[in-house]
Design a binder for this molecule. Structure first.
Ligand code: PLP
Length: 415
């Protein structure tokens, strides 16, 4: 990974790329949505398919010369069907957000009503935040998680749905540490005669191998990102019953996109093939075990976890009980200084601005890809606790930075 061809043309970008490789090797990527794809996925994603226009779908393109594009896209579709058990799959969304946009476009008219989780409680911008197109085109109301329990409260969601009478209910989240009961969402959607879209962006990998229950076959639409826990080429995916296939196809192209990113679709195909191997199930289980080991260690150290733990690949720490004077932003910055890269996150019942926030979100997908086990994740938990307990203490920072260096050296990446 020395980017020789780039260097010849453009040393500035080559330096930045080389710097990024080193950064990924020498720090702990704990942003819960991130992962490290294999070199096979990287290679496919940087392939000559970036040159190809393939508007349309396999076998029915608007351009000639699509025989290899067809092969690659069909492989991605077939493997996705096998992984998630969906009748219909579209692998063309450029991202998870584009996948959501296409579903909205397929079944809603401007002004229709969407009910989704509040962003500060763990929702996503594309679920209808006022700053997002969805919040501007549709009439959006939010449900919340119970601020005490940190969990979804289906009675209150049902009440809100009865009052608001939405056309579409969104489930699936960015910062929710518990398994989601898809059937309860579906029952509410049916009771108010709304569509149900389950956005599994974060947990695609956990769902693919049955570590989490699947919404496929329950929700009308299942959307996701393909670069998070599923660890394939960067982009999005939509799954649905066969009856919705034509509407979704049309909502992607011509509805909201032009030519598909065929190189990314090649990366998806390769990543899905990897995920079909038995080792991937071990990976997904270990990712959750690691998040639980991390969470247990932090709790033992006095930190509060939203919902009291995790069933997922992430923990959400509410700093207000244990460190009332430390903001999420301060914790994030201090941790980055020792090589632990995660993000400040709002927590249920947030009392600070979302820019500083009162929590931190820490995920284990990328660490688990590097071979971290539960013991190594406890060590990471120790480092996080020491840094947050001793903000600004240079000696502690230096000590934790050494431990992070050792962890990185023991778990090499892109050798
Ligand atoms: C990450 C995420 C998305 C999509 O993100 P992209 O960056 O557009 O791929 C959508 N929904 C949720 C819940 C997410 O966490």
């Amino acid at each position: 990974m020395n980017y020789e061809a780039v260097r010849e043309v453009d040393p500035a970008v080559a330096d930045a790329l080389a710097g990024e490789v080193d950064r990924q090797r020498d720090t702990l990527a704990m942003i819960a949505s991130e992962n490290h794809v294999s070199e096979a996925v990287l290679e496919a994603q940087s392939s000559v398919l970036t040159n190809k226009y393939a508007e349309g779908y396999p076998g029915e393109r608007y351009y000639g010369g699509c025989e290899y594009a067809d092969e690659v896209e069909q492989l991605a579709i077939d493997r996705a069907k096998e992984l998630w058990g969906a009748e219909y799959v579209n692998v063309q969304p450029h991202s998870g957000s584009q996948a959501n946009m296409a579903v909205y476009t397929a079944v809603l008219d401007p002004g229709d009503r969407i009910l989704s989780l509040d962003l500060t409680h763990g929702g996503h911008l594309s679920h209808g935040h006022p700053a997002n197109f969805a919040g501007q085109v549709y009439d959006v109301e939010n449900y919340e998680v119970d601020p005490e329990a940190g969990r979804l409260d289906f009675e209150s969601i049902h009440e809100r749905a009865e009052r608001f009478d939405p056309d579409l209910i969104v489930s699936g989240f960015s910062a929710y540490p518990r398994e989601v009961d898809w059937a309860s969402f579906q029952a509410i959607a049916e009771a108010v005669d709304a569509y149900h879209m389950a956005d599994i962006a974060h947990i695609t990998g956990l769902v693919a191998v049955g570590v989490h229950d699947s919404p496929v076959g329950i929700a009308d639409f299942v959307t996701g990102s393909t670069h998070k826990t599923i660890r394939s080429g960067r982009g999005g995916i939509i799954m649905a019953d066969a009856e919705y296939g034509d509407d979704i196809d049309g909502a992607i192209i011509p509805g909201t996109q032009g030519g598909p990113l065929m190189h990314n679709i090649a990366g998806k195909a390769v990543g899905f093939e990897e995920a079909l191997q038995p080792e991937f199930e071990e990976y997904a289980r270990q990712t959750v075990d690691n998040a639980q080991a991390l969470g247990d260690h932090l709790e033992k150290h006095g930190f509060s976890l939203v919902s009291g733990g995790t069933d997922t690949h992430l923990v959400l720490v509410d700093l207000r009980d244990s460190h009332p004077d430390v903001t999420g932003k301060e914790a994030e910055e201090a941790l980055e200084a020792v090589g632990i890269v995660l993000n400040a996150n709002t927590v249920p019942g947030e009392t600070r601005s979302p820019f500083v926030a009162s929590g931190i979100r820490a995920g284990t997908p990328a660490l688990t890809t590097r071979g971290f086990d539960a013991d190594a994740c406890e060590t990471v938990g120790h480092c996080i606790a020491e840094v947050v307990d001793n903000l600004g203490d240079e000696a502690v920072m230096a000590e934790m930075s050494d431990i992070v260096d050792e962890l990185c050296a023991d778990h090499p990446l892109y050798e």
